[in-house]
Structure formats: structure tokens, C-alpha cells
Design a protein around this ligand. Structure first.
Ligand SMILES: Cc1cc2nc3c(=O)[nH]c(=O)nc-3n(C[C@H](O)[C@H](O)[C@H](O)COP(=O)(O)OP(=O)(O)OC[C@H]3O[C@@H](n4cnc5c(N)ncnc54)[C@H](O)[C@@H]3O)c2cc1C
Length: 490
């Protein structure tokens, strides 16, 4: 059920004849509702272009995410009809000290976009794409657009954002809130490093444009800022030339150290446009099947790929090499068939107690080896283990915390397990915590898209030297601390 809100003013006590009432009860700082026979009337909510939804389906969807581990129920879900709606509702919530969380595609794994007794703002309707032509160097898009739609729109003009996450059905606002790391990060940084301007609504309900030169404190507090200072409503993203086709390589390695060293060589040289890698279990259940994934872009983004040049000096097992030429979009969307199969099998709806870390390159071999020793195929389920290097000198966003090392590695154990087996989920969360502590003791950080139990003190440690600036921005831009409590930072 959705409603067009009424124009009545906020009621205290919230009893209106002939209608259910949703408003704010100042004494308790909670929302209050009264149901009556003839429908729902939203009292005290300013007029909106979109809808404020209180039906069971909307509330249930907003109380869940891809993790299926944490469930917090909001009181209402805003589907904004305009940016003005976001301003209106954040102001309303700020005035009444109600918690608010923007939600893109809800692919967080631990309740990060959920909010108990507050407002969830679905950004999905904010999908406008600004002017785009073959010579564009940037494009401004609504925060709710998915990377798949942005890729299709830009590729139509021979252009592309430089960096993609492995899965494209994530919102631009959602990945810019965390970082956005992919196989192109070693060349171009993370997605956050490729944004030139943001349009945001601060926690005080102020619409602001910010960039490196205009309100830079806000700009740097929002990119990879986990939603703590403002809701992103639009972003201006850098564009580069798109290849028409790419050559995709899968290179098998017998041992971890050689695999990691060759990955490091490739990202240092910039020989490929994309480098990632996976470790999977062999038939004995040991994680010792290493596959380096590398992609070279063809014209007009790069030269025609030459296998001999690209593979020179690499120490993979040549007998197991797989090479395929793909259209650029099919490469970007390469996970689509696996995702369809997981959905078909019902496994997409399993719990995802994901472990996502950034490890210092100097200790990656030892750390990954320890973590893989502790991992069983049963605990990974139909998930995967990703391991690949990035380059520290390509990361320019202060809040995207990465180890102090020239070549950190992303390590991700994307665990997938039945959601009703809560004992196993709890055990895997505890295992994530142990793995984090091991990584942190060597200078690693968490990449905050997964499910690692984290305290407020851990967050301070996580942000390290960036903490004072984030805390100051929070006090300035969200003085009542209403935004995104699900991250557990403040
Ligand atoms: C299958 C899968 C594959 C993935 N692959 C990668 C990958 O390759 N690389 C990578 O870096 N990450 C990856 N991720 C993680 C993903 O980038 C993050 O979980 C991301 O935040 C999800 O985007 P979303 O739109 O679903 O955000 P949501 O889950 O809706 O929100 C995530 C957080 O961001 C906040 N937020 C959302 N929108 C906004 C906004 N407009 N303004 C301010 N804050 C906002 C939310 O409040 C919440 O705290 C993957 C996740 C999944 C499920």
C-alpha cells in the first residue's frame, strides 16, 4: 500500500478520526500509528512528489538485505518522486530526530541500510542520466541508477566509467558509500576515486553540491563515508573510452605464492586493464586451485590483444589456460549467468556472512594461507574466494581505508549458508571477526561491505587518521546524528 501524504501538520498524540495516523510522538521519539477502517492517512508529513509507504511488503523488504542476517523494521519507506522529497523527509526526520537510511539495491550484508523505527529512503527512483555524447568526459547520474544501466547508457556513446564492481546490479549511491573496488582498481582507483562532483542532502536536510574544490570537507566525508553525513542524490562520474571487445584470460596456478607474485607483477606493470583472481577447493576440499583472471581491452580503448606479449614471463600452468573474446558489456556483466543459476536454485536468498578484507601486500601470502587453512568448502557454500591486488597510489579517497602498503590485496570469502541455521551463521560471523583480527594485527583493514562484528572503537581504529575529519563532518552535517545507524559507527 502506498499513499500520497496529507498536508496536515504534525499532531501530538496522533489520534485522527477516520484514518490511520503515522506521525511523530515527541515524548517517546518514535513514530506512532493508529489504524482505522478506512485506510491510512499520513499526518504531519509535508506534501511529497513521491510516496511514503507503510504497507507490509515495503516494510518487510526494507527490514532485510542480501545478508539475510540482520532485520530492523522501519516505520515508513520513502519512494521519492524528486530530490525535493529527499530534502523534505530528511528535514522532517532531522526536526523530529528520527533515524534515516538511504537504501540503494539493499545488497549490504549486515543491516547497513536498515533502520529500526525510522525512515528508509529508497533511492531506486532517482535514475536520471544527465547529458551524454561521444565527447563527454563525465556524466551526472541519479544515485539510484544501477551500474548496469549506467554502463549500457555510456557504452552507447563509446564511453564507460573506468571501474566496475564484479556485480553490476548495485546502485551508484550504494557503491560510492563504500568505495567500489574491482579488477580495474589497480589502474584507476576505486569508483569513489572517479567522481568529480556529488549532489547530496545532508543530515540537516540541506541540498549541497560538493567536489574537491567546493565544500571539500563534505565531499571527502561522503565518498566511502558509509552514509554518515549525507544522502547522495546524484554523482558526476568520470568517463573513458570503452573497448568494443575484450580478451578474457583464466590462468591456473599450482601454488599460492606464484599466483600472488604474478598478480603483483601484472598490476605493477599495468599490462592488463583488469586483474582479479579466485581460489577454490580441489576434490580433497583443500583451497589450492588458484585462477588468475585478467582482461585486455581491445580497440579503441587499447591495442588488439597479443597473447604472446600479454602472457610473457607468467608462471601459470599453460595447459589449463582459457582465453575468450567477449563484447565489453558481456565481460562487465559476466556474473549474470551465475546469478541467474543461484536465483533459480534458491541460493541467492541464503545468508551471506561475507568476509571482506584489504591485506598488506607484504604479508598477503602468509595471511591468505592461514585464512584458507581455516576455511572449509562447507563454510564457503556456493560462494567464492576472491584474492587480487590493487595499487595504493591509485587510491585518493581519504575514507577508503587501505593498508599502508604499495600493493594491498583484496581478500573476500563470500560465504553463503542457509539462513535458518542461525548457529552456523553466528559461528561464521565469529570466524569473520577472528580473520579480521588476524589481518588487523598485520596492518590490514576491513573493506566494509561484509559482515564483521565491529564496535564503535573498532570504527575509530578503522578510520585512523581520517577519524577526526569524519567526526567533525558528522557534527557539522548531521548534527542530530540521524543518518545510517545500521553502520554502528557513531
Ligand atoms: C553480489 C555482490 C557483488 C558485489 N561485488 C562487489 C565488488 O566487486 N566490489 C565492491 O566494491 N563491492 C561489491 N559488493 C558490495 C557492494 O558494493 C556494497 O554492498 C554496496 O554498498 C551495495 O550497493 P547497494 O546499492 O545495494 O547499497 P545498499 O545495500 O542499499 O546500501 C549500502 C550502504 O550504503 C548506504 N547508501 C546507499 N545508498 C546511499 C546513498 N545514495 N547515499 C548515501 N548512502 C547510501 C546505505 O545506507 C548502506 O549503509 C558486492 C555486493 C554483492 C551483493
Amino acid at each position: 500500500m502506498s499513499h500520497t501524504p496529507s498536508r496536515r501538520t504534525v499532531l501530538r498524540g496522533l489520534t485522527v478520526t477516520g484514518a490511520a495516523v503515522i506521525g511523530f510522538a515527541p515524548a517517546t521519539r518514535t513514530w506512532a500509528t493508529t489504524a482505522t477502517a478506512d485506510g491510512t492517512d499520513l499526518v504531519g508529513i509535508p506534501p511529497l512528489d513521491g510516496t511514503l509507504n507503510t504497507d507490509e511488503a515495503s516494510l518487510a523488504a526494507a527490514s532485510d538485505d542480501f545478508g539475510h542476517i540482520v532485520h530492523r523494521r522501519p516505520v515508513a519507506v520513502l519512494r521519492p518522486g524528486s530530490v525535493r522529497d529527499v530534502v523534505t523527509m530528511v528535514r522532517f526526520c532531522n526536526e523530529h530526530r528520527l533515524p534515516v537510511a538511504p537504501r540503494g539495491q539493499g545488497h549490504a550484508t549486515q543491516g547497513q541500510a536498515q533502520v529500526s523505527g525510522g525512515l528508509v529512503i529508497e533511492t531506486a527512483p532517482l535514475t536520471r542520466i544527465g547529458p551524454l555524447g561521444p565527447h563527454s568526459t563525465t556524466v551526472t547520474v541519479g544515485a539510484g541508477i544501477r551500474w548496469s544501466d549506467l554502463a549500457k547508457a555510456t557504452i552507447a556513446h563509446g564511453l564507460t566509467p573506468p571501474v566496475f564492481t564484479d556485480y553490476l546490479e548495485l546502485s551508484v549511491g550504494g557503491t560510492l558509500s563504500v568505495g567500489g573496488i574491482g579488477g580495474q582498481t589497480h589502474r584507476h582507483g576505486a569508483q569513489v576515486d572517479n567522481v568529480t562532483e556529488l549532489q547530496v542532502v545532508t543530515g540537516a536536510g540541506e541540498f549541497v553540491r560538493c567536489s574537491r574544490s567546493r565544500r571539500p570537507d563534505l565531499f571527502h566525508a561522503v565518498l566511502a563515508g558509509l552514509g554518515q553525513c549525507a544522502v547522495i542524490v546524484a554523482a558526476t562520474v568520470r568517463l573513458v573510452r570503452a573497448p568494443r571487445t575484450v580478451r578474457h584470460y583464466l590462468l591456473p596456478y599450482d601454488d599460492l605464492d606464484t599466483f600472488l607474485e604474478d598478480q603483483r607483477t601484472l598490476v605493477r606493470e599495468g599490462r592488463f586493464d583488469y586483474v582479479e583472481g579466485q581460489v577454490s577447493a580441489d576434490p580433497e576440499g583443500e583451497f589450492r586451485v588458484h585462477t588468475l583472471e585478467a582482461v585486455a581491452y581491445g580497440p579503441p580503448a587499447g591495442p588488439a590483444p597479443d597473447d604472446a606479449v600479454l602472457l610473457r614471463g607468467l608462471r601459470h600452468d599453460p595447459s589449463g589456460v582459457q582465453i575468450a573474446d567477449l563484447s565489453y558489456y558481456d565481460f562487465l556483466d559476466r556474473l549474470a549467468p551465475s546469478v541467474a543459476a543461484l536465483k533459480e536454485a534458491g541460493l541467492w536468498d541464503w545468508a551471506h556472512p561475507w568476509l571482506n578484507l584489504l591485506l598488506p601486500g607484504r604479508s598477503t601470502g602468509a595471511l591468505v594461507s592461514r585464512m584458507l587453512d581455516d576455511l572449509t568448502p562447507a563454510d564457503l557454500g556456493p560462494g567464492v574466494v576472491l584474492v587480487y591486488p590493487i595499487r595504493r597510489d591509485r587510491l585518493t579517497t581519504p575514507l577508503l581505508r587501505a593498508p599502508d602498503d604499495a600493493t594491498p590485496y583484496l581478500f573476500a570469502a563470500l560465504r553463503t549458508t542457509p539462513p535458518d541455521d542461525t548457529a552456523t551463521v553466528d559461528r561464521l560471523l565469529a570466524a569473520n571477526r577472528s580473520a579480521y583480527e588476524l589481518a588487523a594485527s598485520a596492518g590490514g583493514t576491513q573493506y566494509p561491505v561484509g559482515s564483521i562484528p565491529f564496535t564503535r572503537a573498532d570504527w575509530r581504529t578503522h578510520f585512523g587518521p581520517a577519524w577526526p575529519r569524519l567526526a567533525r563532518a558528522r557534527r557539522t552535517y548531521d548534527p542530530r546524528g540521524i543518518l545510517v545507524p545500521g553502520q554502528g559507527i557513531f
